[in-house]
Design a protein. Structure first.
Length: 312
């Protein structure tokens, strides 16, 4: 609350002098700002006073990522509808609220829902199923629902406005995880291929805010993204990688010439891809099993893992 006030506003509320108010704001800012980490802290998270990762509860994936989803980073979950992105985000929102002795972050989650897909009933169902003993306590279950703060933002402009106010919410609510599900939905509904400049400006603004928040507060940012189709066209019928150009086309196009090779890729283009630190691709294997693949990571090689989302 103090950091949201100017020196004069704090003077009017407290009756302190201008210099005292200035000192109070400086001390408060210093107290809540993330502590500096050394290289040793990053190399040895187990013995460090700093928690460096949020485990996903998928053991093999966490091992490959050297502990889980890295704090201070932006992680993107990409996949088609039904691949489990929202379910995965719901589980992460639960994990972030758990106490540190249970490998949680002991804080709140801000869940920004741009597709109106989040349900509190599923949150409770997954919490009871994954941690039956802990959440059999009605007080802990109630605390979970109070700590997961859901904000529905269906338009690009409202999403940007929400992101611009995040810092105040993070401080007030002790937020340890921010989820946006999905980053692509608003812009893809509002901007077509002829409005690429406007869409790029909106996405750049969102990316700048998210990266700043992740680094300033040492929290993980999780975003989901949709998929699109890219066609790789051969030049002079050559199969050499150096002779392949790619042309992104509209999802609705169903015309594929014999000289094109279709490939499913993350939406929003290459420029957006540079804004994420880690990219995980999710896809259904069958009616029960899902697959998650590390596509991009600063610390892990590409690898795939299967997992199951249970109904209870």
């Amino acid at each position: 609350d103090i950091l949201s006030l100017s020196n004069v506003e704090l003077m009017n509320i407290t009756g302190l002098s201008y210099q005292d108010c200035k000192n109070a704001i400086h001390i408060t800012s210093k107290a809540v700002s993330p502590k500096t980490q050394t290289a040793a802290d990053l190399l040895n998270p187990v013995i460090s006073h700093f928690q460096v990762y949020l485990p996903t509860s998928l053991g093999p994936l966490d091992t490959a990522l050297r502990g889980g989803l890295r704090l201070s980073n932006v992680t993107e979950l990409v996949g088609p509808p039904g691949s489990g992105k929202t379910q995965f985000c719901t589980m992460l929102s639960i994990l972030a609220t758990l106490p540190t002795e249970m490998s949680g972050l002991n804080g709140s989650t801000i869940y920004i829902d741009t597709e109106a897909a989040f349900t509190a009933e599923r949150l409770i169902e997954m919490a009871k199923s994954k941690f039956p003993e802990y959440f059999s306590n009605a007080e802990y279950l109630s605390k979970l629902t109070e700590r997961v703060c859901v904000s529905v933002q269906l338009e690009s402009s409202s999403l940007v406005s929400k992101l611009q106010c995040l810092e105040e919410d993070i401080i007030k609510r002790n937020v340890k995880l921010v989820i946006i599900d999905s980053i692509a939905s608003p812009v893809r509904k509002e901007y077509d291929r002829t409005s690429s400049t406007e869409r790029g400006q909106i996405l750049s603004k969102q990316a700048i805010i998210l990266k700043r928040i992740a680094e300033a507060f040492s929290i993980p940012i999780i975003i989901t993204n949709q998929i699109t189709t890219t066609y790789y066209q051969r030049k002079n019928d050559s199969l050499n990688d150096g002779d392949v150009s790619n042309v992104q086309v509209d999802d609705s196009s169903n015309v594929i010439s014999e000289d094109h090779r279709p490939q499913i890729v993350a939406a929003l283009g290459e420029t957006w891809a540079h804004n994420v630190n880690t990219r995980l691709f999710m896809e259904p294997v069958d009616d029960v099993k899902k697959k998650i693949t590390i596509i991009k990571s600063p610390i892990a090689p590409s690898a795939s893992f299967n997992y199951i989302i249970e109904s209870k």
